[in-house]
Design a protein around this ligand. Structure first.
Ligand SMILES: [Zn+2]
Length: 326
């Protein structure tokens, strides 16, 4: 099934979040602080919460061919839930744990919650031709062996790869616990899309330069860096020049143009042209931002040619994510 992707000017958003219900989406939006660009230059946030109804309405009405869900899992929240159930009254932050048996039961509950969350989002993609999925994997939750088994199961069910968030997950891109993911995705031709940007208050960094060793070691890995490097965007051109296989999405950073640690519209256009529009993809970070507005911002970048715009708005994603294969 191709949904017209063979035709001219496909419209694809490669950076979308989906939540099981509106409360979960709103909670995620409320708790995720965007700090890295400095003072807000007048960013327009979307008002939707990001459940399946919001996604289908927003993308369906705007005529998108695909919305690629880059799934996230809140390990700390799942751990707090599991502690509530298995050791009520004990804080998950306590350094001294309850008993080894409870610790083990909590770890298993968190692992199972993450797998269940991925199976749910994979089912959403199976049931909705508009939706593609990259699952979430936290290597502090699953062992290397468990990662390979779970990823293989869901790749067989049609997911396109893996979303990583080194800053939220507190793990550097080259960390050995991520190697099973790179090995599996590289061998199977699956995509790894990672958040990129500086770490917060000394947390693990996901600056573009941190991905150099990954690209060096897995030269055929299909790596996509979100946000064009975020507030560390000045490292992006060099990484892109050294490693022609790495691609990017422009989510978030395009909304923050003009902020102290974001590029100007001219800087952003220059960066995209330096990398090449055949390696840069539209991303909105829905439900934080509205994808139609983001597409309009791409149209408004000064000096991009018609073919470059068409590539960014969908052509590049169709090719790099192999979206005609369903
Ligand atoms: Zn995102």
């Amino acid at each position: 099934m191709t949904m017209g992707l063979g035709g001219s000017n496909p419209l694809v958003d490669v950076h979308v979040h989906l939540y099981p219900d509106k409360d979960a989406g709103q909670q995620a939006k409320d708790s995720y602080v965007i700090w890295e660009y400095g003072d807000d230059p007048g960013v327009q946030f979307a008002t939707v919460a990001g459940d399946m109804t919001d996604l289908a309405t927003t993308y369906g009405q705007a005529g998108f061919d695909r919305a690629v869900v880059v799934h996230l899992f809140d390990t700390a929240l799942a751990r707090a839930d599991a502690m509530d159930r298995l050791a009520p009254g004990r804080s998950p932050d306590e350094p001294a744990h309850v008993t080894a048996a409870v610790d083990k039961a909590v770890a298993e509950a968190v692992a199972e919650a993450m797998r269940a969350s991925n199976r749910w989002v994979a089912e959403m993609a199976r049931a909705n031709p508009l939706v593609e999925v990259l699952i979430t994997l936290d290597p502090t939750v699953l062992t290397g062996r468990e990662i390979v088994d779970h990823l293989t199961e869901l790749a067989d069910a049609g997911v396109r790869g893996v979303k990583l968030h080194p800053v939220s997950q507190g793990i550097l891109p080259i960390d050995p616990r991520l190697h099973a993911i790179y090995d599996t995705c590289s061998d199977a031709g699956l995509v790894v899309l990672s958040h990129s940007g500086p770490g917060h208050r000394g947390d693990a960094s996901a600056r573009p330069s941190e991905f150099g060793p990954v690209l060096q070691r897995w030269p055929s890995l299909r790596l996509v860096l979100a946000h064009l490097g975020g507030a560390s965007w000045q490292e992006t051109a060099e990484l892109a020049g050294t490693y022609p296989q790495v691609a990017f999405d422009l989510s978030e950073i395009i909304e923050w143009v003009g902020a102290p640690h974001a590029p100007s519209a001219t800087d952003l256009t220059e960066l995209i042209r330096h990398i090449g529009a055949d390696r840069v993809m539209l991303g909105s970070d829905f439900p934080w931002y509205d994808p139609v507005r983001t597409a309009n911002l791409v149209d408004g970048l000064p000096g991009l040619g018609t073919e470059e715009r068409a590539a960014i708005l969908g052509g590049t994603a169709v090719r790099l994510l192999d979206l005609e294969r369903r």
